[in-house]
Design a protein around this ligand. Structure first.
Ligand SMILES: Cc1cc2nc3c(=O)[nH]c(=O)nc-3n(C[C@H](O)[C@H](O)[C@H](O)COP(=O)(O)OP(=O)(O)OC[C@H]3O[C@@H](n4cnc5c(N)ncnc54)[C@H](O)[C@@H]3O)c2cc1C
Length: 374
């Protein structure tokens, strides 16, 4: 997303790339959009509090910002108070089988960027939030929680980072992305960095399916993204994109260093757990044992996702094209991460397509599992 392109150019690109379909595009949303465009509305709409819709931006208030690491934070955004807003969000979380996102606006530059809301959780009801909950009654149930990573020189994230509490952030949506077909009963999610947000949405959708299983393999460059999480031990030479880069970096910073076999102890870290780790643990505790598995990997601690872990999961059960028993691998994260595991996505006639399966998964026997790149 180029810095020089304006908001409308970005929007055009976005619409071409990923057709926007509202999950809740009912009459209300349409009429609210029409209202904003024409200023000519039936009185009943003029009097209504604005709610999230795909046509116009709704002003949300930044009520809390939880710093997760040096570069990522969870933003808690509250819409103008209304029963409709609470019900709307509840409906999306209860009935949607699609991943979904919202778009935030940077008003000075008139650009928009998409973010993936985290599913409802009690973890964020920390003291700060619970105070607000007391003030606001049910209002907290309409809150949108976004895990956002600050990009160096990123236009939107630099702007968001400077906003004080109680600032207004304009959102629109919800926009639906990939649908998790009803016949899918098992998902392996390879997540890099903030790719964990869609993984949490997937876990939420699958938690409503009887006997469905989700395995998340979550890789981060730095430990501070997942403080307190037990790491997978790494044995053998470093593999994976981040592993190769890491080896390269180590060699260039210390020419005497050769690639050695490093075994990080399979450790359970006793320090206070980070918020995202706590959210994952809470999700796990809500489903029967074995239905939600999460493994953590941290580059700077020599722990990388290896093909071996992936193969173990794929070989446990074959995927099927029948009405039940389909299996899906979802890959989500920075471009290099997706590329490394599944090959590049492609732009065809201005639209972003999956492109051929490449990367490590392209070389593996997938045992009937299908792959989706986010
Ligand atoms: C469906 C969807 C869901 C998403 N969900 C999330 C989410 O939950 N959390 C999240 O953090 N992100 C998410 N993203 C990514 C998000 O939309 C933004 O792309 C991201 O926050 C960066 O935006 P930005 O404006 O800060 O950076 P940009 O200004 O777009 O810049 C991105 C990077 O490119 C570099 N760059 C920009 N212009 C140039 C240039 N001319 N030359 C060289 N480098 C340049 C910047 O330095 C920066 O590192 C999602 C994206 C999509 C499509």
């Amino acid at each position: 997303m180029s810095a020089s392109r304006g908001y409308f150019a970005h929007l055009f690109h976005y619409i071409q790339r990923r057709p926007v379909v509202s999950l809740c595009a009912g009459c209300g949303a349409y009429a609210t959009g029409y209202a904003a465009a024409t200023g000519d509305l039936p009185i009943s709409f003029r009097e209504k509090t604005p709610v999230l819709n795909t046509s116009t931006f709704t002003p949300y208030t930044l009520i809390a910002k939880h710093q997760i690491s040096h570069s990522s934070s969870i933003f808690i955004l509250r819409p103008p108070s209304s029963d409709h807003a609470v019900q709307q969000l509840k409906d999306v979380w209860t009935s949607s089988t699609n991943l979904w996102s919202v778009q935030a606006k940077q008003p000075q530059l008139q650009i928009g960027r998409e973010y993936t809301p985290l599913p409802p959780t009690h973890v964020l009801s920390s003291s700060q939030i619970s105070l607000l909950r007391e003030d606001g009654g049910d209002a907290a149930d309409a809150d949108i929680h976004l895990l956002i990573r600050r990009e160096k020189n990123g236009e939107m994230t630099t702007y968001l980072d400077t906003l004080p509490l109680e600032a207004t952030i304009h959102l629109r949506g919800p926009y639906q992305d990939v649908k998790i077909p009803e016949n899918v009963d098992e998902i392996l999610f390879l997540a890099g960095g903030t790719g964990i947000s869609p993984a949490l949405q997937v876990a939420h959708i699958m938690s409503k399916r009887n006997g469905a299983k989700v395995h998340i393999l979550w890789a981060n460059r730095r430990r501070d993204e997942c403080v307190g999480a037990p790491l997978e031990s790494s044995s053998g030479s470093h593999s994976g994109l981040f592993g190769n880069l890491h080896n390269l970096w180590r060699r260039s910073s210390n020419p005497a260093t050769t690639t050695t076999t490093t075994t990080a102890p399979s450790n359970t870290v006793s320090e206070e757990k980070g918020l995202v780790v706590k959210i994952l643990q809470e999700m796990k505790s809500r489903v029967p044992p074995g239905q939600f598995e999460i493994q953590y990997f941290v580059d700077e601690e020599d722990s990388f996702i290896r093909s071996r872990e992936v193969k173990r999961i794929l070989s446990s059960k074959p995927g099927s094209d029948n009405s039940v028993g389909a299996k899906l691998i979802v890959v989500s994260g920075p471009e290099g991460f997706v590329d490394y595991w599944a090959g590049r996505k492609r732009l065809e006639e201005g639209k972003e397509r999956q492109g051929p399966l490449g990367g490590r998964l392209g070389q593996m026997e997938l045992n009937g599992w299908k792959v989706w790149k986010l």
